[in-house]
Ligand binder design. Sequence first.
Ligand SMILES: Cc1ncc(COP(=O)(O)O)c(C=O)c1O
Length: 483
Amino acid sequence: MHPERPSPVVAQPDLSEQEFRAALLRVAEWVLDYRARAVALPVLARVRPGDVLSKLPPEPPAQPEPLERWLHDLDEIILPGITHWNHPGFLAYFPTSSSAPGVLGELIAAALNANGMLWQTSPAATELEQLVLRWYARALGLPADWFGILTDTASTSTLMALAAARDSAGLPTREQGLAGQPPLVLYCSEEAHSSVEKAALVLGLGHRGVRRIPTDAEFRLRPDALEAAIREDFSAGRKPFAVVATVGTTSATAVDPVPEIAEICQRHGLWLHVDAAYAGSAAVAPEFRWALAGCERADSFVANPHKWLFTTMDCSALFTRRPAAFRHSFSLVPEYLRTDAEGAVDLMNYTFQLGRRFRALKLWFVFRGFGTEGIAARIRAHARLAREFAAWVDAHPQLERLAPVHFSVVCFRVHPEAVDDEAALEKLNAAVLEQVNATGKVFLSHTRLRGCYCLRLAIGNLGTSREQIRTAFELVCRAAGLC
Ligand SMILES: Cc1ncc(COP(=O)(O)O)c(C=O)c1O
């Protein structure tokens, strides 16, 4: 009697080794080819909402399809709908790079499929994460004994930090929630990222639980206004519990005065979280260490390797000198996750997520592929390009710079002498932006500073050269009729 024939799916549960080998090589070729031709593609996708979706079948295939068909659709349907963050002309938001070492780390992490929720579920993933974060802290000149953990984004890191801050504020929030407690308040500048306010919403504080503190002429949080707000809230019976200082604000890359803010936090017993999502990595270059002055006093600190450390999305580093506070907030161990590995760090106890991917591998590869001096040289070169662009703006009588250039971002606008009306300037600059981005050669974004609409050029992609920023400058001038 013959055993029952297994169904084909069981007989070949995945691609055969031979098929996978061929597919890997083919995909490697695709990646290399993409990286070579990306520069010729329009940086900003030229599709309209729904275009991509309308070209794809609504049902998944019932039977396997050959790789060539997947790749055909990738080239024909997906690629035209990609805004190319990897394009050297990507000068919007905070540009990122999927550096070669980062891509390699990502590939191997996918192959390993390690889940570092507990130490025992992937000892090396847990320990490498701790090591590589110590390297990162050391490279930034921050305390190497800080506890570090990788998350997906700064939004998550800040949410976790503020949860730990809330639960360490001396109220029984972990046991009883917020009901019956005095209203909790946290502080950040009016220029702080929206993720701070989103975290407050998730944490049950509401919009009213966040006080946006005014900034000075250079968009930095004003310590005197912070002190006054905290005092006012205490005397009104509210419960101040945390301050978020930003090193490198999203619009103008302003650096809040962290030493003074740390003093205030210490005086009032508040948790200090520093959001250095973009600019933190600059401190790998020693001449940018000034920006992190006072950060060693922070209770928690976030910097994103996926922003300016050439690591593929996603990778955010959250550091704390108070890991016990994170355990207090997040440790909850059901029977099925109990282990008895003595001395082991189970990262699930420090975050609200359980499963965690092996992000440390790509960060490790980036450090090994470039070295800290190589990273510093790249950051330095980007900052130099930004200063050069700023100098062209400053030298042009009809262009106006709206913020100091500390790192690699320039905020500016077209401002013809004859036009003084804000609404007209906004209309003009929005039209210039649209025209520049429609060329497909570069992609700039915009922001608003003190109510003024402005163009924002940011450098952070490894491929960006003087040529792209010169092109951006000339395109702005042409679109504005200045040349
Ligand atoms: C200062 C700052 N903080 C936080 C964030 C949010 O980053 P993420 O996308 O990693 O959540 C940003 C994004 O640009 C930012 O500029």
